[in-house]
Design a protein around this ligand. Structure first.
Ligand SMILES: [Zn+2]
Length: 263
């Protein structure tokens, strides 16, 4: 594993992160991801290729659109850098193996879904956060194909069912008791997709972490907004937890998480 291959994986990660920005901005609004080519969402001017190089263009343009001089959201370079970092960490952990390709696809989908949910939750054009079904379908399919290759198809199939049901039942009870929705179908589907990649054994640990992050995020949001009913999207909590799980799987499996949840 030499430095050149690490840099190469990092650049691939930046390019995928740039593509992810396009997906996050366009898919929820049903805009084609190929046409038109990149444009500034504020002045609608086309962005030339030289102004569209991941991270570098942002720095050269000092974070402003060349035409209208309005600020380019910092989320664009941040998403690119985050994707690149995670790709490199997966490469360092797994080398150029089957698991590398599996987890690169996994991380890409998890980040795309989590960020889409966050941005649509914050966007007043959307009533709630949105999780496009196309990512879930692709993810479940990819997860099962890798499961088939690994020879543990049933284990991942069970992961899909467990991920879905473990959120469905408490959400169903909550909606019956409180007469409002706590979590949505998108969250159940997303957890099912995570289960397709990480398998049945991951569900309890991922849920424990997600619940913990949810509580921490909830407390922070209440302190900042002073609004106890401010909606917090749950998918990003699941996403962060799933990524942590992939990186620390061996460590986590040495502890029996299911007993922690049931007790
Ligand atoms: Zn502009």
């Amino acid at each position: 594993m030499d430095i050149l291959s690490i840099i190469f994986i990092g650049i691939i990660g930046l390019v995928f992160g740039s593509f992810m920005n396009v997906l996050i901005m366009r898919v929820p609004k049903n805009i084609s991801i190929v046409k038109p080519s990149s444009f500034c969402p504020q002045c609608m001017e086309d962005i030339a290729w030289k102004d569209n190089i991941p991270v570098i263009s942002y720095i050269l343009l000092k974070g402003r659109c060349r035409h209208c001089k309005k600020t380019i959201p910092i989320m664009y370079p941040m998403t690119e850098i985050l994707t690149a970092l995670l790709f490199v960490v997966i490469y360092l952990k797994f080398g150029l193996t089957l698991l590398f390709f599996k987890y690169v696809i996994f991380i890409f989908l998890v980040l795309t879904v989590s960020l889409t949910d966050i941005y649509t939750s914050a966007d007043e054009n959307f009533e709630t956060g949105m999780i496009p079904t196309v990512y879930i379908a692709l993810g479940i399919l990819a997860g099962l194909i890798f499961g088939l290759i690994e020879g543990f198809f049933a284990y991942y199939l069970a992961g899909i069912a467990a991920g879905y049901l473990i959120l469905f039942f408490p959400a169903y009870l909550y909606s019956k008791i409180r007469h409002k929705e706590g979590m949505g179908e998108g969250d159940f589907m997303f957890f099912a997709m995570i289960g397709a990649f990480t398998g049945l054994g991951s569900i309890a640990a991922v849920l424990t972490f997600a619940a913990f992050f949810g509580i921490v995020a909830g407390i922070i949001v209440i302190i900042i907004t002073k609004d106890k009913n401010y909606p917090i999207p749950f998918a990003p909590m699941l996403g962060v937890s799933a990524i942590i799980y992939v990186f620390f799987e061996e460590l986590l499996n040495s502890y029996n998480w299911s007993s922690f949840i049931i007790n």
